[in-house]
Design a protein around this ligand. Structure first.
Ligand code: FES
Ligand code: FES
Length: 156
């Protein structure tokens, strides 16, 4: 039996009927069409399914959709304001921080949360904040450098 839930994704309200055991990651991709929320390990290890739930990073593969009822979700598409990329996103692009980009949505959201809560992070802070986001391409250094430069550049 399906259950009615209402979630808000990037400021858009979505009334949905979901199975009690449906995972939020799958609902976001199949019902909402949020394909930037990637399917990786599906067990909380890789971080590629990261979303912001009421402003805080969450692994959407570890959460049931019914648990998100009434909550606000931000995916990477919700980070730009009025269609303008944040300075963090701009730096990721200018520094070629990513290669295949599969990890990028989760890392952008994790770094966004970090800089919002700690505008002057140390290298260790950045490493700690992004420790749960696996990247198989870059060795992490261009990602960390972009976050540190974004921090020096002021508010995101
Ligand atoms: Fe969710 Fe890997 S798919 S943490
Ligand atoms: Fe390929 Fe990170 S850029 S996984």
């Amino acid at each position: 039996m399906k259950l009615p839930i209402t979630i808000t994704v990037n400021d858009e309200v979505w009334p949905l009927d979901v199975e009690p055991n449906e995972v939020l990651l799958d609902v976001l991709r199949t019902m909402v069409g949020a394909k930037s929320v990637k399917i990786g390990c599906e067990r909380g290890d890789c971080g590629t399914c990261t979303i912001l739930l009421d402003g805080h990073t969450v692994r959407s593969c570890l959460m049931l959709a019914v648990e998100a009822d009434g909550h606000g979700i931000t995916t990477v598409e919700g980070i730009p304001e009025n269609g303008v990329l944040s300075s963090l996103q701009d730096l990721f692009i200018r520094q070629n921080s990513f290669q295949c980009g599969f990890c990028a949505p989760g890392i952008v959201l994790g770094a966004h949360e970090l800089l919002r809560d700690n505008p002057s992070p140390t290298r260790h802070d950045v490493q700690h904040a992004l420790a749960g986001n696996l990247c198989r391409c870059t060795g992490y250094e261009p990602i960390i450098e972009a976050v540190l430069e974004a921090a020096e550049g002021g508010p995101q």
